[in-house]
Design a protein. Structure first.
Length: 283
């Protein structure tokens, strides 16, 4: 859903009305398969002790030798009623929300260049598939994403998409979860990043704040560096339950408030320590 300042990458010349395209898996080159394989191996080696177990279990189920074939992955995703749809790159908000509402996850077909191995501005197939698709096999998280899509269509009518976008950013892209083993990440933006997967768990620098729906939706975020703040859920069920409310009154309240800078900690925040993840009220 991000709208970068630079022109969009990808070939939009053959899009359908819903912005989908053919994946054309057979046209990927040996060099692209090798690059994807190296990205997968790099990230897979960093998952233990950092990624949520639900993610780890499913990322290996979806693993392939090189770039994934969406048709093959869809046979597995049928377990939760989801499917991947191929898209040329970033797509309009209404189209994105509509796909999610119908349990269809848009995945970009192109892969980054070798020189973008460690950082890419616009999401590519590695970010979308490796980062997002495994949790579509978790029934609760999968239901949350569908509800998010339906909520996005309502938010457009209420001129409230920026607030909902913050929820996606902080929960779907950069979310942390508290487990019996400690903090873990399940956010796609983190899981597909070579450095942030370590930073978000081990570094003393960022704020880690217990999830609060209104707080998240009032908080701005940065797209050009590691996050200043991460929000922490106790479980995917908590995320589903606490977002299964009427957002209309929340939007009206938020429109009257100034956004919160991403580096700020409020007195009402409950902090989570990266070394001893027990709840702590902000000083």
């Amino acid at each position: 859903m991000l709208k970068p300042d630079n022109p969009l990458r990808g070939n939009y010349s053959h899009i359908r009305a819903d912005y989908t395209v053919e994946q054309d898996w057979q046209v990927y080159t040996a060099e692209e398969h090798d690059l994807y394989r190296r990205l997968f191996e790099r990230q897979s080696s960093k998952l233990k002790g950092y990624a949520a177990e639900e993610f780890i279990e499913n990322v290996h189920r979806l693993a392939s030798d090189g770039l994934p074939c969406f048709d093959d992955a869809n046979q597995i995703l049928a377990e939760t009623g989801w499917k991947i749809v191929a898209v040329p790159g970033l797509i309009p908000d209404d189209t994105f929300f509509t796909h999610l509402a119908h349990r269809q996850f848009p995945v970009t077909v192109w892969l980054r260049k070798p020189e973008e191995f460690d950082y890419i501005v616009e999401p590519d197939i590695f970010h979308d598939f490796f980062g997002h698709v495994p949790l579509l096999l978790n029934p609760v998280f999968a239901d949350h994403l569908q509800a998010y899509g339906k909520g996005g269509l309502r938010a457009m009518k209420l001129d409230a998409v920026p607030y909902l976008a913050r929820l996606y950013w902080y929960m779907v892209e950069f979310g942390l979860i508290l487990t019996p083993e400690g903090l873990r990440t399940y956010g796609a933006g983190i899981l597909s990043s070579g450095g942030e997967i370590i930073h978000c768990i081990d570094s003393p620098a960022p704020n880690r704040i217990k999830f609060d729906l209104r707080r998240v939706m009032q908080s701005e975020y940065r797209i050009d560096r590691y996050q200043d703040t991460y929000f922490v859920i106790d479980s995917f069920q908590q995320l589903f339950d606490e977002t299964a409310v009427d957002f209309g009154p929340i939007y009206e309240d938020l429109k009257k408030l100034e956004p919160i800078d991403p580096s700020v900690v409020l007195p009402s925040d409950t902090l989570v320590s990266h070394t001893n993840p027990v709840d702590q009220k902000a000083a």
